[in-house]
Design a protein around this ligand. Structure first.
Ligand code: AMP
Length: 278
């Protein structure tokens, strides 16, 4: 497994065998089974696998958790070695954003609702770093988690709009036994908050069950989620949504499919989760 922060070395290794297919998994590190599920899928579907570990500053707002974001590079590399990853890109800020950097990628409409309404500059940072990583790695396929549902929609649009020659593969959410979606940010939770955090998946599942029983009114689906979350004393609701999975606009009435999603604060920790019904 080659680990490097050097873009030229990455390109050299990437193109040693130009006919080989490469699967690529971008991450911010502090790896868990959710990340590793993407790595395993990439391994299964490609001849070579590359992973990037980079906590990208441009996707954090000034008040967010960039400086405290959990990091453990040695542990991450040991996990990736076990998985049989070929190449790990671990760039520094100086490599990714050298002095004078000034070009950003904006996916205008899809970046605005949901996460975008709470984090207005977030997806510009995400799209910019993923565009850079795609140019550096030039993967055959790239693997992302459904955990970040809006990110997947935004990046698919970017790939279409900017003609990236990469196949986007979106993988299912990996959860703890009690339903909590795995996230590097779960580490911030106190034991009491960790218990309370099951309220995200409980709220989503209640709305999903209502849908299964025939409920098609978006307002009622949102109300079911809102009432579940506000009943949890340690939770502070950011948003609930029952949106069109393609446009991310809130639905009055569900006709084809629906993306149920929510963001909830526990103290300073903000967690997101979703269920896609298609
Ligand atoms: P992050 O390190 O948080 O930027 O995540 C890197 C990738 O892993 C993203 O594509 C995430 O959507 C994905 N991911 C994070 N958590 C999970 C999870 N619980 N299940 C599946 N994929 C995940």
């Amino acid at each position: 497994m080659k680990v490097t922060e050097d873009i030229n070395q990455i390109r050299q290794i990437r193109w040693t065998d130009p006919m080989a297919s490469w699967g690529f998994v971008p991450t911010m590190g502090y790896l868990h089974e959710g990340h590793l599920s993407l790595v395993r899928r990439a391994k299964a579907e490609n001849e070579r696998t590359a992973v990037s570990i980079y906590v990208n500053p441009t996707q954090f707002a000034p008040h967010e958790d960039l400086s405290s974001y959990p990091r453990d590079l040695a542990r991450d590399l040991a996990l990736l070695e076990v998985e049989g990853v070929n190449l790990v890109f671990t760039p520094s800020d100086a490599v990714m954003y050298p002095p004078g950097f000034q070009t950003m990628v904006t996916v205008a409409e899809l970046s605005r609702p949901l996460e975008g309404s709470s984090r207005p500059t977030h997806f510009q940072g995400v799209a910019t770093i993923v565009a850079k990583l795609f140019h550096i790695i030039q993967p055959t396929r790239a693997y992302f988690g459904q955990k970040d549902a809006q990110q997947a929609v935004v990046l698919r649009q970017m790939v279409r709009d900017l003609n990236f020659n990469v196949e986007m593969v979106i993988c299912p959410i990996v959860r703890e036994a009690d339903g909590l979606a795995l996230s590097s940010r779960n580490k911030y939770l106190t034991p009491e908050q960790r218990q309370a955090a099951t309220v995200l998946s409980r709220a989503l599942n209640r709305a999903k069950n209502a849908y299964a029983n025939g409920e098609r009114d978006g307002r009622i689906l949102r109300r079911i989620m809102r009432e579940t979350i506000t009943a949890e004393p340690l939770a502070r609701l950011d948003y609930v949504s029952a949106a069109d999975p393609a446009t991310l606009q809130e639905l009055k009435e569900v006709k084809e499919g629906v993306l149920l999603s929510t963001a909830v604060f526990f103290g300073k920790t903000r967690l997101i989760d979703n269920i896609l019904i298609v």
